[in-house]
Design a binder for this molecule. Structure first.
Ligand code: DHB
Length: 466
């Protein structure tokens, strides 16, 4: 039996950077009955203490406060439960859980399984779709105990970055869909709905089965790559060393072949711009969709210029009288540089995080695209297409059996090279085409990252919730 004991909590006060928050903490709540990795199938829930004292924060009360549900998944690795405080990675910065409590949200921070987890018998227990099964189970848990947990469980907002942004987008697109039911049943998830009110997605590494061709549509022609290799230093903290190289002949060939696959996929989506004009590509990858993408980058530059940012070092950008009017797409791509070798996600030697994501209980890695399966250098197997589908929001947007989030916010930094800018744009356009409003743009000079504009994120949440 799933349990939520409302008498098992600690009341805490935390002051950081001059901000004091007081909250009731419910920790280590098992959100499934049959965990395969108990540590990563539990969550913390935090409620502003004011709500137990009949007070309100920012106009919210114990009944009306939205439930903010961020995840800490990165690289499709396990995500940990979070606590209000400083961010675990990157520059020292207060985390979203801290700010969300200060702002008056109820915060639920589920741990989620990831691709590296094994049970005691050596079976993999975190391969796809485990991460999304768990996120859904966590939503179901919060809803199941809605009479005991303060906040409005009809206003659940997921948030994440990169792989975490991707799973947030899956949450937004697939609510209550029967495809996930067998996995939720097996895990022993609560008998409740798992649709959400809003999905906030920073640089989602999603649409994985088309991400290789999208990447080469953008980066083909640039053969040198620049990335950071991660290793653990003696103190157990990650350290990053630059790795620069040139793609091999096989990778260059793959780049050209993948780039050729993209127009067909893009055209199959039948996307339209805000004025209803079709967005398409010709066989060379040129056309109205490319113009649209350049418009996204130009709008990014314009917003920066309007804030007084000096953009004159971007030689690919043409400005006239304070307006960003044109860009050289190829020069822009050379400037932001290629990060990944081709194919960027379904690696021919199955060395990518995504190959690892699509492994099975007994196999570490699999291919998940026809191209890389057919051109595998290691004789790799191919993942079950249904499992690849479960990880991709694009397949569910037109599916009436999926309850979509009515509200979406997508950000993808202008110089992000972890996935093509086309990935978040296609998701946005597909959602808009289906009638779902998306607050989308590409923040200027912003690399692969998230949670950098929490004031704006929370203003958006307040707007959609009130
Ligand atoms: C992440 C980044 C990647 O480049 C990728 O392929 C998958 C995940 C991440 O930061 O989560």
């Amino acid at each position: 039996m799933l349990q939520f004991d409302e008498n098992n909590y600690t009341d805490e006060e935390l002051t950081l950077e001059g901000i004091t928050i007081r909250f009731r903490a419910f920790r280590h709540l098992m959100y499934v009955e049959h965990p395969k990795d108990a540590e990563h199938q539990q969550m913390n829930i935090f409620v502003p203490l004011d709500y137990y004292e009949g007070k309100s924060i920012n106009g919210y009360t114990a009944e009306t406060a939205p439930t903010f549900m961020p995840n800490l998944v990165g690289g499709y690795m396990p995500g940990e439960q979070n606590n209000p405080g400083y961010e675990v990675w990157g520059p020292k910065r207060l985390n979203s859980a801290f700010y969300a409590l200060a702002h008056g949200y109820v915060v639920a921070t589920p741990a989620l399984r990831g691709r590296s987890l094994m049970d005691a018998e050596g079976h993999n227990v975190g391969k796809a779709p485990a991460v999304i099964t768990d996120y859904k189970a966590a939503v179901r848990y919060v809803r199941y105990f809605s009479d005991k947990i303060p906040g409005n469980q009809e206003k659940i907002i997921t948030n994440g970055t990169s792989a975490g942004g991707a799973i947030s987008s899956v949450m937004g697109a697939t609510g209550n869909h029967p495809d996930y039911e067998p996995y939720l049943k097996e895990a022993g998830a609560a008998d409740a709905r798992d649709d959400i009110f809003a999905a906030s997605c920073y640089c989602p590494i999603t649409n994985l089965d088309h991400a290789d061709s999208a990447y080469e549509w953008e980066f083909c022609g640039v053969n040198d790559y620049h990335r950071f290799g991660m290793s653990m230093d003696e103190g157990g903290r990650p350290s990053f060393t630059p790795e620069d190289g040139v793609m091999s002949d096989i990778q260059i060939k793959a780049s050209g072949e993948e780039a050729k696959l993209f127009p067909c996929y893009l055209n199959s989506l039948e996307l339209k711009d805000e004025d209803g004009n079709p967005l398409t590509l010709d066989a060379d990858g040129n056309g109205s969709f490319k113009d649209y993408m350049m418009g996204v980058v130009l709008a990014s530059a314009q917003r920066a210029m309007d804030r007084g940012v000096d953009v004159s070092d971007k030689t690919w950008l043409t400005t006239e009288n304070g307006k960003a009017v044109a860009m050289d797409f190829d020069a822009y791509v050379r400037d932001i540089t290629r990060m990944k070798t081709a194919p960027a996600f379904d690696d021919l030697t199955m060395d990518s995080p995504e190959n690892d994501l699509f492994g099975t209980e007994t196999e570490a890695c699999r291919h998940f695209t026809a191209y890389s399966y057919e051109n595998s250098l290691v004789g790799g197997k191919r993942a079950d297409e249904q499992i690849v589908k479960l990880m991709n929001p694009m397949y569910y947007i037109d599916d009436e059996q999926a309850t979509k989030a009515p509200h979406w916010r997508i950000r993808h930094g202008e110089c992000d090279r972890d996935s093509s800018l086309a990935i978040s744009a296609m998701l946005t356009l597909k959602l808009r085409g289906a009638g779902y409003p998306v607050d989308y743009h590409s923040p200027w000079d912003t690399p692969h990252s998230g949670d950098y504009d929490l004031d704006e994120l929370f203003a958006w949440i307040d707007e959609i919730c009130k």
